[in-house]
Design a protein around this ligand. Structure first.
Ligand code: URA
Length: 185
């Protein structure tokens, strides 16, 4: 099922895992469907669940600043999450919830066909890059995933909790900016 309308409609009606029961809105994804860069978070929080849009809370404001630091706006990237429905009390999504939902993201990646995927945080990196991914050691390192350059950054919520991680995150963002400059040549 590879068109945006069908995918979004199926997601809106999805009951593939128990998270559907607690959602106000599924948070499908937003942005440029032809984006060169795709950002992948973990799952919706309270505000995202209320509005149906990813990264609109405090972490989202920081994400916007992170994007701005490399000359990008939210509207020119695509932003989605590993799970589309909010886990209760913002707990990490369980493996079975991630597995039930990942097909939506895989289809979104096929449709956007980005040059670069940026995993936001440990949970996204463990799902997208390697099960035993260590965010503190491997953030800012390039990997290849199905032919797409893939990198992980600290999650914006982790950066809000520990701003000492900000300088290295801005260095990681610069790597993305350089890769985009190379791709544009
Ligand atoms: N954290 C995430 O991982 N995703 C969101 O959409 C919001 C906060």
């Amino acid at each position: 099922m590879l068109n945006w309308n069908d995918l979004e409609k199926t997601c809106a009606e999805c009951k593939n895992c128990p998270l559907y029961a607690g959602r106000t809105n599924p948070v499908f994804g937003v942005g440029d469907k032809n984006a060169r860069v795709m950002f992948v978070g973990e799952g919706p929080g309270e505000r995202e669940d209320a509005l149906g849009e990813p990264f609109v809370g405090r972490a989202g404001q920081l994400l916007d600043s992170m994007l701005a630091s490399i000359g990008l706006e939210r509207a020119e990237v695509y932003i989605a999450n590993i799970v589309k429905c909010r886990p209760p009390q913002n707990r990490d999504p369980l493996a079975e919830e991630q597995n039930a939902c990942i097909g939506y993201l895989e289809n979104q990646i096929r449709l956007v066909s980005p040059d670069i995927i940026v995993c936001l945080g440990r949970i996204a990196a463990m799902k997208m890059i390697r099960e035993d991914f260590k965010i503190s050691r491997e953030h800012g390192t390039w990997f290849e995933r199905n032919g797409i350059r893939t990198i992980a950054l600290y999650h914006p919520a982790a950066l809000l909790r520990d701003p000492r991680k900000l300088p290295e995150t801005f260095e990681d963002l610069r790597k993305i900016e350089i890769a985009l400059e190379e791709l544009a040549q």
